[in-house]
Design a protein around this ligand. Structure first.
Ligand code: G6Q
Length: 549
């Protein structure tokens, strides 16, 4: 009988061990030294792909590091994994699903076969319906129940059914000429609904209920509240003109009272956090217009093509992923900061937080065995620069932790005023420079700083960054950026041998609260059988509300 060699564990691979040995040699080298020894690295260690320019020279690595990381990626089969994903193989093994968000941006006429069916045809059938609907809301031919045109679209969804469209709307709202405004309600805290509907006329408000499953507690609670808000103002017959749905669950949509001809579908092979370019983006499409949504899809597609075709060493998402592995697994970095120098990208870090942490926050391998000897997905966080510079950058510059950071900036502003754009971008260039090179004690002392203050004012430097620069924040470059990170996250997940496409941690949250709701609402003192902490907290809550305990 033929025998096959067992697949080695990640940390047993010779490529991993080579990186460990290399890390021991290089870990104490300062970026100042790396630049001194190799003054041209800034001209060499960069890449252009789609509309993005990446400078990765301010990382604690050399050409040799990149070579070794690429060997690791090859040994782990990253390119085979990538091809399997694009081809529609069921790489989401725990849910037995294909992972085909890339098919959502495939051009009309392309072919991606799944179970004997070309899914691209389905994608474009929905896209065409979305476009017709979006156009009709924008041109006023779709009116509310009283015949008034719609001026505000409110998307009700949460997690993957909220973070993507709300981020894209914030990023691209100027492209829609403010014909229709979008708002996003996600939190079951009624404050969210109350504040987002404040000042709105129900007759001119349309709700998009976005929920893949159409069973999510927060979304359904908000959807019911929205229906009351509309029907109290306009009557029961108003619902059809003020509600549409985005879902995979036609039965539940119909039960809610939305005509399924006003439902825009997607498929189980689209993960929630990968769904912004599916019908989940409907609100955004209404807001920015179908042509701009098409441009967004084209931007995704450009990065998909690059990811599929470029050799690993020149492959922007793969390289970002490998650099992330270098810091997480060899330097022990726990986090990565995403720092967009663009106010319109206010929500980008929150979006990537979900994309990355839900995808790669796993602790078992694809075969189900626990991961005990390496870390997986990092903690992702950040806010737009320059605000962070006056807040948490202190810790990045002078704290004890290693925090790799991605800077994202644009040459042209979408709302330029005077010299604001150059002021903003001067910081985009200055911060990575300061983080890399710091300020030595000698430099500080030479400025006449008293000796006892010198240590406090010294900047060690050697903090690694990537700088991503694009000409302008457009639908296309935003598509480039989102797909860049999707594929970065894929690369890392594949190397870590995890399933980046399930989210059982989220599913748990969906059931836990449901048990407690009746205990909060009970008119008689409920029997509480939780641990003593949870039971006491629930009693305290009931006490505060004057309910029997
Ligand atoms: C994303 C997750 C999760 C999901 C929400 C909303 O990948 O699965 O964030 O998007 O829990 O789920 P529904 O769209 O089903 O309401």
């Amino acid at each position: 009988m033929a025998t096959t060699d067992p697949v080695p564990q990640l940390t047993d691979r010779p490529e991993w061990k080579a990186l460990q040995a290399h890390h021991a040699e290089i870990q104490d080298r300062h970026l100042r030294a790396l630049f001194a020894e190799d003054p041209g690295r800034g001209e060499r260690m960069n890449l252009s792909a789609a509309g993005l320019y990446l400078d990765y020279s301010k990382n604690r690595l050399t050409d040799e590091t990149i070579g070794l990381l690429v060997q690791l990626a090859e040994a782990c089969g990253v390119t085979d994994g990538r091809d399997a994903m694009f081809a529609g193989e069921r790489i989401n093994i725990t849910e037995n699903r294909a992972v085909l968000h890339t098919a959502l941006r495939a051009p009309k006429g392309a072919s991606v076969m799944l179970d004997g069916k070309n899914v691209v045809d389905d994608v474009h059938e929905v896209l065409d319906r979305m476009k017709a609907f979006a156009a009709s809301v924008r041109d006023g031919s779709w009116t509310g129940h009283t015949g008034k045109r719609i001026t505000t679209v409110i998307n009700i969804g949460i997690g993957g059914s909220d973070l993507g469209p709300s981020m894209v709307w914030d990023a691209l709202s100027p492209f829609g000429d403010h014909v229709v405004e979008c708002r996003y309600v996600s939190n079951v805290d009624s404050v969210d609904f109350v504040e987002k509907t404040r000042g709105l006329d129900p007759a001119q408000t349309l709700f998009v209920i976005a929920s893949k499953t159409f069973t999510t507690l927060e979304t359904l609670a908000n959807a019911h509240t929205a229906r009351d808000w509309i029907t109290n103002a306009l009557g029961d017959e108003a619902t059809p003109k003020h509600f549409v749905a985005v879902s995979t669950n036609a039965d539940e949509v119909a039960k809610f009272g939305i005509d399924t001809k006003n439902m825009f579908g997607f498929w189980d092979w689209v993960g929630g956090r990968y769904s912004v370019d599916s019908a989940v983006g409907l609100s955004t499409m209404v807001g920015i217009g179908p042509d701009h949504f098409d441009e967004l899809l084209a931007g995704f597609r450009e990065m998909d093509d690059h990811f599929r075709e470029a050799p690993l060493a020149e492959n922007m998402p793969a390289l970002l992923g490998l650099i992330g592995v270098w810091y997480s697994n060899f330097f022990g970095a726990e986090t990565v900061a995403i720092l967009p120098y663009a106010q319109y990208l206010d929500r980008l870090s929150a979006y990537f937080q979900q994309l990355d942490m839900e995808s790669d926050g796993k602790s078992v391998r694809r075969d189900g065995t626990p991961i005990t000897d390496y870390s997986t997905g990092p903690i992702v966080w950040g806010q737009p620069g320059t605000n962070g510079q006056h807040a948490y950058y202190q810790l990045i510059h002078q704290g004890t932790r290693l925090i790799p950071a991605d800077f994202i900036g644009f040459a042209y502003s979408n709302a330029p005023l005077g010299d604001h754009p150059d002021l903003l971008m001067s910081n985009f260039f200055a911060q990575p420079e300061a983080l890399a090179f710091g300020k030595t004690a000698e430099q500080v002392a030479a400025e006449g700083v008293p000796a006892e203050q010198v240590p406090h004012r010294t900047f060690n430097g050697n903090h690694p960054t990537n700088s991503i620069l694009a000409e302008r924040l457009t639908p296309r470059t935003l598509g480039n950026i989102i797909a860049l990170y999707e594929h970065k996250i894929f690369t890392q997940g594949w190397i870590w041998d995890i399933n980046s496409f399930d989210q059982w941690g989220v599913e748990l949250g969906k059931v836990l609260a449901k048990r407690i709701i009746p205990e909060l609402e009970a008119t008689e003192a409920p029997h509480l059988a939780h641990d003593s902490s949870t039971s006491t907290l629930i009693r305290k809550y009931r006490e505060m509300l004057g309910r029997p305990v």
